[in-house]
Design a protein around this ligand. Structure first.
Ligand code: NDP
Length: 248
């Protein structure tokens, strides 16, 4: 596994906590050079310093994925720092669940802006670099909600369905040497539930659905599996749930 990961330059959005942070740490352990992006630079700094202290190569840059120029600069920063870009992980996301008739319109906009437009910005930033060298890999982190819908998850699921559609469309359009992988996690330890603004719903979500959680490292291992395949093997989709998660 190490062989195909070692030396690769991997840029990760949303690397300041949860799954993105775990991807950065794990791929670095396997020898990748990692570029961390998110808004909380204090958190990025700590992660990058810890990776560097272990002998890894990590840099970070403030990134708001809703800003297309920011994302372009982030991908450019990877090339500037490490000479190339091999993998772009579209991971940043939020999940403010709510019933549609709560009319949390600002949160709907926010999810569309981060979960969908953020991924589009990632594609627009990294694809020209991949096309120029005719190689590269997108890893798009969706959710089991990219194929499952329930009360309170309509908008969140819609954003993740969109990314699943985008990923497969992209996979078909790009050159035979560019890979697109979708990783769909089930309930995973992270700060994601913090984005639920309704206190009762947050409590319910945590008590009913966020009990049997995967460690974020489990998703990082799935990403590593996809990245580690030989370049002519594109792992299209990986769905990873806690074994006990049967209902969603
Ligand atoms: P966290 O809340 O721990 O991490 C979310 C990350 O996204 C943070 O690093 C945050 O960084 C970043 N982020 C949010 N908004 C922006 C923005 N505008 N620009 C840049 N970065 C942003 O949750 P997870 O680790 O769980 O979430 C990662 C992905 O995994 C998401 O796409 C989520 O939908 C998906 N997922 C998670 C599951 C789970 O159970 N945990 C299950 C299924 C999917 P900052 O605030 O510093 O900008």
């Amino acid at each position: 596994m190490m062989e195909n990961v070692k030396g690769k330059v991997v840029a990760i959005t949303g690397a300041s906590s949860g799954i993105g942070e775990a991807i950065a740490r794990h791929l670095s352990d396997l020898g990748a050079k990692v570029v961390l992006g998110a808004r909380r630079v204090d958190r990025l700094k700590v992660v990058a310093e810890e990776i560097t202290a272990k002998g890894g190569a990590a840099v970070y840059k403030r990134l708001d994925v809703t800003d297309t120029n920011d994302v372009k600069e982030f991908a450019g920063y990877a090339v500037e720092q490490f000479g190339t870009l091999d993998v772009f992980v579209n991971n940043a996301g939020l999940m403010p669940l709510s019933m549609i008739n709560s009319y949390k319109v600002d949160e709907w906009h926010r999810m569309v802006d981060v979960n969908i437009k953020g991924v589009l910005h990632g594609i627009a930033a990294a694809l020209p670099i991949f096309e120029e060298k005719d190689s590269g890999q997108f890893v798009n982190v969706t959710s089991v909600a990219d194929r499952w819908i329930g009360p309170t998850s309509a908008v969140y699921s819609a954003t993740k369905f969109a990314v699943r559609a985008l990923s497969d469309g992209l996979r078909q359009e790009v050159s035979r040497n560019i890979r697109v992988t979708l990783v769909a996690p089930g309930a995973t330890e992270s700060e994601l539930a913090e984005t639920i603004s309704d206190p009762e719903l947050k409590k319910l979500a945590i008590e009913r659905f966020r009990i049997d959680l995967l460690p974020a490292a489990a998703i990082a291992r799935a990403v590593a599996f996809a990245v580690s395949q030989p370049s002519d093997v594109d792992v299209n989709e990986i769905v990873v749930r806690p074994t006990a998660q049967k209902n969603i």
